[in-house]
Design a protein around this ligand. Structure first.
Ligand SMILES: Cc1cc2nc3c(=O)[nH]c(=O)nc-3n(C[C@H](O)[C@H](O)[C@H](O)COP(=O)(O)OP(=O)(O)OC[C@H]3O[C@@H](n4cnc5c(N)ncnc54)[C@H](O)[C@@H]3O)c2cc1C
Length: 421
């Protein structure tokens, strides 16, 4: 349905739909319309005819049924971080879940239930109050819902697996507007699909995760060397990482050193650096012991690897990914133990997860990626891995390009800027 056909939806029906919602119905012309149609990637500029800001499950059901009745294209929005902008569409209805912020930790059962509008940082805040964590992404303003449905990779994935490895159940509204539950025991095939299948199976309204004891302080942080030392650093890294325990996840980046990086010698400000960020999901003492050889390699220019609050770690890179798409000056070179290929964060793992393992652990995927990457690194200085997005479109694919390059063009989202300040 085109935007100018909005009038073909009976005004009475629209008014009734709006008044039924516990949340809010936003339409073109409303004061908040532009704000509400905006997503994280500012190069996405789409104009839905309706934005249903759902406050709960009943609103989602109502919105799905309304869209069916009026044959509206639907885009589902949770955290709004889909790089190609799948959370908003032209000429259809956005079902916006961002008001659904409920989180409930059960400390005895070591589980947490979170509604679909929760962001990663919000989940961390509640779970850390109980000394626990759900492994999720690197940037804490990413939506928990979209990230989980795509697989979910993050700082502790070598030890704790993907986010979907910790997923216990999902509440879902089907395309018919029916409520269903999915878990290993109930609608198991649907649950299998949800663990990496993106938004293709309905609208997830609530997620239940297993909690892992972690924090409040962990051993983590980046170590920097001048870029011309990268070949030697990477050769050392290749040999050292091969025997490191699963508790350690590492991330290798190349970036210009920002002036805000406290402790950096002035002559290195603005210079290209290679950084290895270590995250140890275990005891501080063990972490210190495991990372010691790296810290001692060839007098790093700056060593910021030390005990730090888990919540600080989870926000460490946020400043480099501001709303709008951020600046891009650093390449993540896909380290073996971490496998942040620079493009879609979750694609490789979640696809493997879908293809090969109904109930397998994401850790197995990570390990196989690790060996693939080890092979890559055996020719030290290997380039960033290319991959494509695993997100499955509910709305037309974005065609615009941003300064990062377009995912549609197959170009990787290859330049990201972790802020290690
Ligand atoms: C800055 C940035 C950092 C990122 N970091 C990581 C990372 O560290 N690890 C990682 O694994 N990924 C990462 N990603 C990728 C991210 O996980 C995906 O883009 C994910 O889709 C974002 O989820 P969202 O809820 O914010 O997105 P939205 O744009 O709100 O949703 C994207 C799509 O996901 C589907 N979807 C979302 N919520 C629901 C729901 N409740 N029910 C059904 N379908 C739904 C819909 O198809 C929707 O259109 C990052 C992305 C960005 C932009």
């Amino acid at each position: 349905m085109a935007a100018n056909e909005q009038s073909s939806i009976d005004q009475l029906a629209l008014d009734e739909f709006g008044s039924t919602l516990r949340g809010e119905l936003v339409r073109p012309g409303d004061g908040s319309y532009d704000e509400r149609r905006r997503v994280w990637n500012a190069s996405i500029d789409r104009y839905p005819v309706l934005i249903a800001r759902c406050a709960g499950v009943a609103d989602v059901i109502e919105a799905v049924r309304f869209a069916r009745t009026h044959q509206l294209l639907v885009a589902v929005r949770a955290g709004g971080h889909s790089y190609p902008g799948y959370g908003v569409c032209d000429d259809g209805m956005v079902i916006d879940l961002s008001l659904m912020k409920g989180i409930r930790v059960d400390p005895e059962a070591r589980t947490v239930r979170a509604q679909a509008g929760v962001l990663l940082g919000e989940l961390d805040r509640e779970t850390q109050a109980f000394g626990c964590a759900v492994p999720a992404g690197f940037i804490s303003h990413t939506g928990m819902a979209g990230l989980t449905l795509g697989g979910g990779i993050g700082f502790t994935m070598r030890k704790l697996g993907l986010t979907i490895d910790n997923l216990l159940s999902v509440d879902l509204i089907t395309a018919e507007g029916e409520f269903v539950k999915a878990s290993a025991q109930e609608n198991a095939d649907l649950f299998w699909g949800l663990r990496g299948g993106g938004g293709n199976f309905g609208i997830a309204t609530e997620f239940e995760f297993r909690l892992n004891p972690l924090g409040p302080v962990i051993y983590a942080g980046p170590i920097f060397w001048p870029l011309d030392e990268a070949p030697r650093v990477l050769r050392f890294y290749r040999d050292w990482i091969a025997d490191c325990p699963d508790e350690l996840t590492t991330l290798v980046t190349e970036r210009r050193a920002p002036a805000t990086l406290a402790g950096l010698p002035p002559d290195l400000v603005g210079q290209h650096m290679i950084a290895i960020t270590s995250i140890y999901a275990g005891s501080i003492d063990e972490g210190e012991k495991v990372v010691r050889p790296l810290k001692g390699f060839d007098s790093p220019a700056l060593d910021r690897c030390a005990p730090m609050p888990y919540l600080t770690l989870q926000q460490l890179f946020n400043a480099s990914f501001p709303r709008g798409g951020g600046t891009t000056s650093v390449r993540v070179t896909s380290p073996s133990s971490m496998t942040t290929s620079s493009t879609s964060w979750c694609s490789t793992a979640s696809r493997s997860s879908l293809r090969s393992r109904p109930w397998g652990s994401g850790k197995a995927v990570v390990r196989s990626l690790a060996s693939a990457r080890a092979r890559l690194l055996s020719t030290a200085g290997a380039p960033a891995t290319r991959s494509t997005s695993a997100e499955t479109p509910r709305a037309p694919r974005a065609s615009k390009k941003s300064e990062h390059g377009s995912i549609d063009s197959g170009r990787p989202f290859s330049r990201i800027t972790p802020a290690c300040t």
